[in-house]
Design a protein around this ligand. Structure first.
Ligand code: E4P
Length: 220
């Protein structure tokens, strides 16, 4: 079970990393744009905050360009940076070449079990089904996770991890884990929602108030 953050905001990553349960970070070109910072600088900073895999996405659309970008990223950035590749025929070929060189990949923008299967066959380290974007079309994103996990069960030799992405709410996280997804990547807001409960806050308040009385009575 792995929990990743889906952001390029280093302050948020620092905050969640302090909780001690952060396993990795995913970025994409839109998240880099949102950060307003230089791509390699921000990814490098993230990789120094979190020791787990940090996904950095290539933007070439041909295999040669993807591999070239990937090699440059691996050369210039910390060891724990892994290469995010789009799920296209060119992306599959790049994934295959990178996996043969021992470079970890995250095949992204997956919307069907067949895409996930081909990416696994190409040697992807992770496959990223985007469940929220499927929900946005009126279909059921969790159904895709279920289909992928059922397929994986038939082939125990598959080592590729299923990384549920495009998470919209805390229930998505729990459901993905119940379906057996290996990893979930989520925005900071969802990490915070997962830990918070009004009854926990209310309980702490009541315990602290009673403890004050215990102290006043000299019984602490
Ligand atoms: C995953 O790696 C992607 O960065 C991300 O989960 C996409 O989510 P979105 O649909 O909220 O943009």
């Amino acid at each position: 079970m792995e929990f990743f953050l889906d952001t390029a905001d280093v302050d948020e990553i620092r905050e969640i990393a302090q909780w001690g349960i952060l396993d990795g970070v995913t970025t994409n070109p839109s998240l880099i744009k949102k950060s307003g910072r230089d791509f390699k600088t921000v990814v490098s900073e993230i990789a120094n905050i979190c020791a787990g895999p940090i996904s950095a996405e290539v933007t070439s659309m041909n295999t040669e360009g993807m591999v070239k970008e990937a090699l440059a990223l691996k050369n210039e950035l910390p060891e724990n940076v892994i290469i995010k590749v789009p799920c296209t025929p060119e992306g599959l070929a790049a994934t295959k070449q990178l996996s043969e060189r021992g470079i970890s990949t995250n095949v992204t923008l997956i919307f069907s079990a067949s895409q996930a299967l081909l990416a696994a066959k190409a040697g992807a380290t992770y496959v990223s089904p985007f469940i929220g974007r499927i929900d946005d079309t009126g279909a059921d994103g969790l159904q895709l996770i279920a289909e992928i996990m059922t397929t994986w069960e038939q082939y125990p030799s598959i080592k590729t991890k299923v990384l549920a992405a495009s998470i919209r709410h805390p229930t998505h996280v729990l459901s993905c884990m119940q379906l057996g997804a290996h990893t979930v990547t989520m925005p900071t807001k969802i990490f915070r929602q997962l830990i918070s409960h009004p009854l926990t806050d209310k309980g702490i308040k009541a315990f602290l108030k009673d403890w004050e009385e215990v102290e006043k009575a000299g019984h602490a």
